[in-house]
Design a protein around this ligand. Sequence first.
Ligand SMILES: NC(=O)c1ccc[n+]([C@@H]2O[C@H](COP(=O)([O-])OP(=O)(O)OC[C@H]3O[C@@H](n4cnc5c(N)ncnc54)[C@H](O)[C@@H]3O)[C@@H](O)[C@H]2O)c1
Length: 331
Amino acid sequence: MGNDFHVVPGREVRAILDDNQMATFNTIRQAYLLHHKKESINPHSYFFRFPDNPGNRVIALPAYLGGPVDTIGIKWIASFPGNLSAGLPRASAVLILNDAETGLPIACLEGAAISAARTGASAALAAMSLRSAQEPARLAFIGSGVIARAVLGFLRVAGFRVSEVSCYDLDQGRARAFVADAAKASDIAVRQVPSAEEALESDVVVLATTATAPYLPATTRLRGNQLVLNISLRDLPPELICSAANVLDDVDHCLTADTSVHLAERLSGGRDFVTGTLGDILTGNLRLDTGRPVIFSPFGLGILDVALGSLVLAEARRRLTSIRIPGFCTV
Ligand SMILES: NC(=O)c1ccc[n+]([C@@H]2O[C@H](COP(=O)([O-])OP(=O)(O)OC[C@H]3O[C@@H](n4cnc5c(N)ncnc54)[C@H](O)[C@@H]3O)[C@@H](O)[C@H]2O)c1
């Protein structure tokens, strides 16, 4: 039996994502709701590491998402931080999709752009759902790479109100470029700040670094009305996690791989510091008491890649911009 297999290269993926930002945001929202209803299978990610080069890794994220998506997939995403100095992206990925009825592979899509978009949309969804204050937020980024840019873009798409943007990055050149691009895209004030501590004074703080272990001091404190989007997962000391309200995308996933919340579980000897999941918030099953800072820690679920990859594939087929390989599985 033959089947068509579609390859969607990065340029086509990017064009589709750029033209479908609101649809991307809604797709991510729907994926979280389906996951909350347990219409998903999302095993733990597999971290492939290199003993001689511990900075590099490749992660496999297999997932099935039900409902109208009804698709199986796996993202295989590499992180090679040394690539940046060679002018190459740190993260690169493919996303394979399979038909849920037959198991047959149906597509291979460039996966890094999809991964960045789903991460940005997820962070924006959390910001819209978790910030209780009414006034526009002072927004800060610690780390100004691909993910920080995606988060900023989707906060705009979602209509998140911001009064100013600041940015701190260990690499001052990258922070300068982020500030320049963000300033071009809007008329609010955008500035570079000299330290992570200064960035942490903002109302909403996005952590998007490549830190592998907490570097912010254990004495770091947040104000009651602050929201931290803990995207890079390993910047915050576990003591700070234990003092805040913690919303996770998936508890079992987040409490692995030496994330700050994983360290908090070890430090506190349990999971009492976990307040709930984004699914609990989206369905109205959890309301946060105001007065405590809120930290959103998303492990980054494969179902989000499958959901957004399915949207991109459908659009690429409609536009005839995928490369179609008839009878791919015929031998
Ligand atoms: N949770 C999720 O769903 C999810 C999804 C995708 C990526 N991520 C994570 O997000 C992070 C950012 O990814 P990216 O693609 O933007 O990476 P990137 O390499 O494009 O950018 C990272 C930036 O962080 C800066 N940086 C590193 N350490 C720093 C520190 N201690 N203080 C300030 N700046 C620092 C670097 O100079 C760089 O500019 C990575 O850790 C990645 O694993 C998380």
